[in-house]
Write a protein that binds this ligand. Structure first.
Ligand SMILES: Nc1ncnc2c1ncn2[C@@H]1O[C@H](COP(=O)(O)OP(=O)(O)OP(=O)(O)O)[C@@H](O)[C@H]1O
Length: 279
């Protein structure tokens, strides 16, 4: 495996056990971010959260945004979600700009499920909002809940579920409408390591199955390496791109023992060092 510089690509030697050879996704961009900046203004205080962010993300790529607290990761994700209009630059998701972004799934650390609805009704909600008929939406929601291991909990309300189970419901809810783009803001941060790993597996399986383009905000460089095709690091004040690393090859062998691979372990050390040095 070798490591290139600047916008970097890790290329595996194709040996058994490690990631397979060959580089990036070859489809057109699902997400295009051009010279985006964002400043929050509160009274006389201006916080420049992002400056000069440009990114092209191909269809089906899994990208992690990694950086210190306050470097603008959530701000960028909220812009891509259409929840925030950037104060500068342009974005397009599958060719559509703001407003009118196409269907996206969005998951946060504390998922906002409706407390009076069962898991099944929560998962079916996006389909309901899109006018899908009742039987079909409940069938689809039930299938997805089975998929995330909650086939026995479909009639439980959120307060009857553990935090990990609620996150599973939130993931099922985000995926039920088969979004082209899945945006995740630290969705696994509050979970124990076993739940986290099983949700990693689930996410990669479903993402591969649906060909979803995924963007994950995380502080955890190890998590980013084990899940991503590409890692974009951000530096703070103002938030800007520090590094852009493409990791070639299949993620499957990487899931649980990524850091036993020397090159990936080196990458982790290097990203941590670069983030640590960034002002
Ligand atoms: N609504 C807001 N009003 C004013 N400033 C804000 C607002 N939201 C975020 N900021 C500021 O913008 C900067 C970037 O915040 P953001 O939440 O995007 O960072 P982050 O990298 O996601 O941080 P963390 O990892 O801690 O969640 C920070 O300085 C933050 O204080």
């Amino acid at each position: 495996m070798t490591l290139a510089t600047s916008t970097e690509t890790l290329i595996d030697d194709g040996g058994s056990g490690g990631p397979a050879a060959v580089g990036s996704a070859d489809a057109g961009p699902a997400i295009s971010v051009h010279d985006v900046g964002h400043a929050f203004v509160a009274g006389t205080t201006v916080v420049e959260a992002l400056r000069g962010i440009s990114l092209e993300i191909p269809e089906g790529q899994f990208v992690s945004l990694v950086g210190k607290s306050g470097c603008g990761k959530s701000t960028l994700l909220n812009i891509l979600a259409g929840l925030l209009t950037p104060t500068g630059g342009e974005i397009a998701v599958r060719g559509s700009g703001l407003p009118g972004l196409p269907n996206r799934g969005y998951i946060t650390q504390d998922s906002r499920l409706l407390p009076w609805r069962t898991a099944l009704q929560n998962v079916a909600l996006p389909l309901e909002l899109h006018g899908v008929k009742k039987k079909e939406r409940l069938d689809r929601a039930r299938r997805l809940l089975e998929r995330v291991g909650l086939g026995d909990a479909v009639h439980q309300r959120p307060d009857q579920l553990s935090g990990g189970m609620r996150q599973r419901v939130a993931i099922a809810q985000a995926l039920v409408y088969e979004p082209a783009v899945l945006l995740m803001d630290e969705p696994f941060g509050a979970l124990d390591v076993w739940t986290r790993e099983s949700l990693h597996d689930l996410l990669l399986d479903v993402q591969a199955e649906l060909g979803t383009t995924a963007i994950l905000v995380t502080h955890d460089v190890g998590e980013a390496i084990s899940l991503s095709d590409r890692i974009v690091t951000l530096a703070p004040r103002p938030g800007r791109i520090l590094g852009d690393y493409t990791i070639a090859g299949s993620k499957r062998p990487r899931r649980h023992d990524a850091l036993r691979d020397d090159v990936l372990a080196d990458l982790q050390t290097r990203i941590r060092r670069d983030l640590g040095a960034a002002a």
